[in-house]
Unconditional design. Structure first.
Length: 332
């Protein structure tokens, strides 16, 4: 298996085996456009994201050492005190329940604590409560948005300085934005809570997306450094070769990154009930997969498309076609 994969990588690097990502750019761009549009529409149609209590404010109860993890018990305890409430009950660990509600009065808080004590068969000391005010939630939301805007702005500046060409920088940023919108869309569709941890994971995957793009674009720059004088391949073909040459590395990097995240998401959160890890792990899992795909199918083909009309490259493309025509005649 290792030998065959190594052979596969060698054939990609030498060009013996090749997948034409650049030629199929219209397909990839169309898929990306649909994914981005759906990612925008989903939260709109659902009435927004499922914001965590840190953003929306409210009251939260934590019940430790519960005898049962049934959500219905916590919901009934809240409804008995506040009939119209819509509590969010979750098992955040093996024997710990979390109940979140809208803002409650002190009397309602004490009565619900008593109800939870009886419902889950615990003592008063095993039920804790805290309150997140709407002002604090607004501050968290504002800081999260500022962090996202600052990150994208810094990424744009760094890409411009690193690549020294606006077309390459723009391609990298478009790939990152596709990752950002699509990951957000999946988050909205899954109805997972958006928490500060999810925002941290979100920014982390954007960094990963840029890292993968830098690796591929460095190879593109290496392959196209003498493109003006070369008649070996066209610019688009050199870009496609670079993507193929770094494909195995991208896959390996993705697998190394996504496997431990998948373990957290599916085993830790799914099977063991570690609910506090779900928000972070989902953002990382989806973002890493989409970030890798965005580099291969969006960023690199977009860069080739942005430059294909440059007079120098048009002239070079004709030179390649002429050489191949001569070679075909000589071979005949």
């Amino acid at each position: 298996m290792t030998t065959s994969f190594a052979t596969f990588g060698y054939e990609l690097y030498t060009g013996k085996r090749s997948y034409n990502f650049v030629r199929s750019k219209k397909i990839w761009f169309s898929i990306a456009a649909v994914a981005v549009v759906l990612s925008i529409l989903i939260p709109v149609l659902k009435g927004g994201f499922n914001l965590g209590i840190e953003f929306r404010g409210g009251s939260e109860f934590t019940v430790s050492n519960v005898k049962s993890t049934e959500a219905a018990l916590g919901e009934k305890a809240v409804h008995d005190v506040v009939p119209g409430a819509v509590p969010r009950v979750a098992n955040v660990a093996g024997n710990t329940m979390r109940i979140q509600t809208d803002q409650l009065s002190d009397d309602e808080t004490n009565r619900i604590k008593d109800g939870l004590t009886g419902a889950y068969g615990v003592t008063q000391n095993e039920v804790t409560s805290n309150f997140v005010g709407p002002t604090w939630g607004q501050d968290v939301t504002r800081q999260a948005l500022i962090g996202l805007v600052v990150f994208v702005g810094l990424a744009a500046v760094l890409m411009a300085l690193y690549f020294r060409t606006w077309k390459m920088s723009l391609s990298a940023l478009v790939g990152m934005l596709v990752t950002m919108f699509t990951t957000a869309g999946v988050y909205a569709l899954s109805d997972f809570e958006v928490t500060p941890s999810a925002i941290i994971g979100f920014l982390t995957v954007l960094s990963y997306s840029l890292y993968d793009t830098v690796v591929v674009f460095d190879k593109i720059r290496e392959n196209t450094s003498d493109i003006a004088t070369s008649s070996r391949r066209t610019f688009a073909e050199e870009v496609n070769l670079a993507v193929n040459q770094t494909l195995v590395r991208s896959i390996n990097t993705m697998m190394v990154a996504v496997l431990p995240v998948a373990a957290i998401l599916f085993i830790g959160a799914g099977l063991l009930g570690a609910g506090t890890l779900r928000d972070l792990s989902l953002a990382l899992f989806v973002g890493i997969l989409i970030g890798t795909a965005a580099t291969i199918f969006i960023a690199a083909p977009l860069y080739a498309w942005l430059r294909q009309g440059e007079p120098e490259l048009v002239k070079q493309s004709k030179k390649v076609a002429h050489r191949r025509a001569e070679a075909a005649v000589s071979g005949a």
